[in-house]
Design a binder for this molecule. Structure first.
Ligand code: HEC
Length: 149
């Protein structure tokens, strides 16, 4: 009887601790499951497959409104079955982990309702929107180097 009770305690604490680990590292887990297949486990993308890096450039994009919206409108997000909460978690995780050296001090993490709003818009041409974002950034004196990963 005592032995059986201990098993229950051990099982309960095991489930609880893995639940906590999952919750605190949710953005990373979700990135690895949904984005790393193309953007790589370290987020550096792939020249060979023309997948852009997720380091630093997204951290610059969020500095202009069109760029902030664009991050929720890329194909890997618009056409995914991820919830808006999951997308917000992943984008915030990417920005904080891969763009920490360029993020503004006043960076505000994405909220779920903000992602919902942006995601409702499916851009016809990604290169066109990206070019607009790059010119918005250039107007603020920020230049983007796609050669660097
Ligand atoms: C099937 C492969 C694939 C998956 C999965 C994928 N992406 Fe992408 N992603 C791409 C490609 C290819 C581009 C470039 C699109 C273009 O230029 O038309 C891109 C572009 C982007 C960009 C724009 C970067 C820039 O500098 O313009 C962001 C941000 C992004 N993806 C984030 C994500 C996130 C977050 C996920 C996971 C939820 C994800 N992607 C999943 C292939 C993928």
């Amino acid at each position: 009887m005592i032995a059986r009770k201990w098993w229950i305690v051990m099982l309960a604490t095991g489930v609880l601790s893995s639940g906590i680990a999952y919750a605190t590292d949710f953005g990373r887990q979700s990135y690895l499951l949904n984005c790393a297949g193309c953007h790589g486990p370290d987020g550096t993308g792939s020249d060979a497959n023309e997948v852009p890096t997720l380091h630093r450039i997204p951290g610059q994009f969020v500095k202009v409104p069109r760029g902030r919206a664009f991050l929720s409108q890329v194909p890997g997000i618009v056409y995914s079955s991820l919830t808006n909460a999951e997308v917000a978690e992943i984008l915030n995780w990417i920005l904080i982990h891969y763009s920490s050296d360029v993020l503004s001090a006043d960076f505000k993490p994405y909220t779920v309702s903000e992602v919902a709003r942006y995601r409702g818009v499916h851009p016809v041409s990604i290169p066109k929107i990206r070019a607009q974002v790059l010119s918005d950034l250039a107007a603020q004196g920020i230049s983007i180097d796609y050669g660097a990963r």
